[in-house]
Design a protein around this ligand. Structure first.
Ligand code: AR6
Length: 185
């Protein structure tokens, strides 16, 4: 498995190629939708790996507080996954870039990191939120997400962010963005 890490002020930022559901971390972030009812992509994979209790926990949250708006995050247990927690966030659907998509994507990353910190999670795994079904161009999403994570590590108790990338084109785009922003790993 490919892995590159940058040791930054306040923690480590790593890119990994692989399946996020197998990540041995404290918390896994899910690129969910507002209904929290599961779906395709990484959301479907996380629900399959965690087992049916994850959907039950998500449905309780929606019953109590309603649908999860884009840019926000909530936490459930990880159930059958190695990770203790799943942090569900909703990224923006790409509508051309002038509908607040960058602000919403930044908020999805930040609010997920805040949830991680609030739960005492030291190592957090993220997928490439919004860059699949939601259509956010990965060349734009990767630098924004990496900058948000790098800045947050400096001021938060989270010690490491592991970005799990699925597929070669995603890996390439994130590697280029990380080198541009952070230099050689
Ligand atoms: N591990 C890591 N990354 C993965 C995995 C995996 N097991 N599976 C897919 N990816 P997407 P979005 C990558 O579409 O764009 C769902 O139906 C994938 O290759 O999962 O935020 C939800 O319910 C891509 O690079 O999330 C929502 O309705 C990245 O994860 C909607 O899709 C994100 O792709 C959310 O769309």
């Amino acid at each position: 498995m490919k892995k590159f890490c940058w040791n930054l002020e306040g923690g480590a930022l790593c890119l990994l190629q692989g399946d996020i559901t197998a990540a041995r971390v404290d918390a896994v972030v899910n690129a969910a939708n507002s209904s929290l009812a599961g779906g395709g992509g990484v959301d479907g994979a996380i629900h399959r790996a965690a087992g049916p209790q994850l959907l039950e926990a998500c449905m309780r949250i929606v019953a109590e507080q309603g649908r999860l708006p884009a840019g926000q995050a909530v936490t459930t247990p990880g159930f059958n996954m190695p990770a203790k927690y799943v942090i569900h966030t909703v990224g923006p659907i790409w509508r051309g870039g002038n509908a607040g998509e960058p602000e919403t994507l930044r908020s999805a990353w930040l609010e997920s990191l805040r949830e991680a910190e609030a739960n005492g999670a030291a190592v957090v795994a993220f997928p490439a939120i919004s860059t699949g079904v939601y259509g956010y161009p990965v060349e734009l999403a990767a630098p924004l997400a990496l900058k948000t994570a790098a800045e947050s590590l400096a001021s938060m108790r989270v010690e490491a962010v592991h970005v799990y990338l699925h597929g070669e084109s995603s890996w390439q785009a994130w590697s280029v963005a990380a080198r541009d922003l952070l230099g050689e790993p």
